[in-house]
Design a protein around this ligand. Sequence first.
Ligand code: ZN
Ligand code: ZN
Length: 142
Amino acid sequence: MTCKGICVRYKAQKPVGTGRYASGQRRCQICEIFIKWEGLWCPCCGYRLRTKPRNLKYKAKLRARVEADSIEAEAKAVEVESVAKTTKALKQLKQKQLKQLKQKQLKQLKEKKKQLVNIVQNHMCLLINTKTSVKKIQTMNE
Ligand SMILES: [Zn+2]
Ligand SMILES: [Zn+2]
């Protein structure tokens, strides 16, 4: 198992703000290089790649970072969930208000209709009364 120089093609840059292992890079102990490679084995020398740091300090750092990431992800998930809940609640409230408004409008329309019917009926009565009066006058005059 020796380095054939192929690994240079997969050489990974040091990431900013995160660790090499945390960002998915793997280390080949034979080639002594960090590479961007999905496989478990070095594409260059065929040796098993490291996916986790050996150094305890790095390990702790990595763990802390992973924990921080998971906490952040959780916070984001909670945020997304609460936003979704609020949106849903708002939607429901809007629908409820719309329904209430419709019912109110319908009620108002019904009342208006009733009033109109009353007015028409009153007019009819008045008309009939007038007609009868006119007839009476006519018979009186005859
Ligand atoms: Zn190599
Ligand atoms: Zn290698």
